[in-house]
Design a protein around this ligand. Structure first.
Ligand code: TRP
Ligand code: SF4
Length: 328
């Protein structure tokens, strides 16, 4: 089986967009590949170093969501990045051979530095973000990395760093990882923009039934439908984008007809969506509660995952040191 690896930064609570975009895809991959999934807590530190305690809380919450959403520790290796210090050690070695210019050219580097103004990102660690990410991937010699399109430049850089190592020390030592792109539907937030924690428009996996109902009930709709008697266009309505993800074909047809003829109101249309979103989240909520009630379950899962990951990572690191003659 080919090896797949991916991680998510614990930089905030997980929302519906992350679930549809990343996690559901990972869950499907579990049966086809040998999977490694982890919480990238060190990566969250590159921007969140001012509040490490918060990152720790998000880390536990993210791990809980991994399991609650359906990642299966019997199938996949699930762990917390910083529990495997081998990532950090490989990162040091890779940082020696990575030209500064490659890092400065990464588009997300400049973009994020411009976007995030409340933190000083003129740091060594933030520039080195993709080097650490490369270490994460190649320490397991992962073949595929399921990521969103925004991560393509990072992955391209990982390939270049792997290639450079191979060129300098040993041919084909590190395989060049490939992105595993999956088309996923766009997930709008309650204000119609892309769902994101920084926009304050997200529905979180940790929200309860009342909050979910409230958030969807007040969600923006087609602006042309101000009154119940106004006709609408689902193509212009973010609520309908969510129906595309959660509702049945029949419901979507019914809503399209109802909306364009004003025979269904937005409140009833949203009720159908609320029902589906809650149906999707309910098993996750139940599993979360189970994990909260039994903290040792999560500890055991993290412990087992670390053990499995550490074995593979340790072997690669040892071989890498042999290759560069770094044995004392
Ligand atoms: N950069 C990824 C993100 O922002 C997180 C990440 C860290 C990652 N290391 C990785 C993803 C290795 C894939 C592979 O979500
Ligand atoms: Fe949107 Fe539904 Fe209202 Fe049409 S009826 S505008 S699809 S919320």
């Amino acid at each position: 089986m080919d090896r797949v690896l991916s991680g998510i930064q614990p930089s905030g609570p997980l929302h519906l967009g992350n679930l549809i975009g990343a996690l559901s895809n990972w869950i499907r991959l579990q049966d086809k590949y040998e999977c490694y999934f982890f919480v990238a807590d060190l990566h969250a530190l590159t921007t969140g170093y001012g509040n490490p305690y918060q990152i720790k809380e998000y880390t536990v919450d993210l791990l809980m969501n991994f399991i609650a959403a359906g990642l299966n520790p019997e199938k996949s290796t699930i762990f917390i990045q910083s529990q495997i210090p081998e990532h950090s050690e490989l990162h040091v070695f890779l940082s020696m051979i990575t030209p500064l210019g490659w890092l400065e050219r990464v588009p997300t580097y400049k973009e994020k530095k411009e976007q995030i103004k409340d933190k000083d990102l003129d740091t060594y660690g933030f520039l080195g973000y993709p080097v650490l990410q490369t270490a994460d991937i190649i320490i397991y010699r992962a073949k595929y990395v399921p990521v969103g399109v925004d991560q393509i430049p990072h992955l391209e850089l990982s390939r270049e760093i792997a290639r450079r190592f191979n060129y300098l020390y040993e041919n084909e030592f590190f395989p060049e990882p490939e992105a595993l792109l999956t088309d996923f539907p766009k997930v709008p937030g309650t204000d119609g923009r892309k769902m994101s924690k920084s926009y304050g428009n997200a529905i979180y996996l940790s929200d309860n039934q009342t909050i979910v109902t409230e958030k969807i009930s007040t969600m923006v709709t087609d602006p042309a439908r101000k009154r119940r008697t106004d006709k609408g266009d689902p193509a212009k309505c973010p609520v309908f984008d969510l129906h595309k993800i959660f509702s049945t074909e029949d419901e979507k047809k019914e809503i399209t007809i109802g909306c364009t003829t004003a025979s269904i109101g937005c409140i009833d249309c949203k009720k159908i969506l609320i029902k589906h979103v809650i149906e999707t989240l309910r098993p996750i909520w139940e599993k979360r509660q189970e994990l909260i009630n039994n903290p040792s379950l999560l500890i055991d899962i993290a412990h087992e995952g670390s053990k499995k990951a550490k074995k593979v990572a340790g072997e690669t690191l040892k071989e890498m040191k042999e290759v560069i003659g770094w044995i004392f």
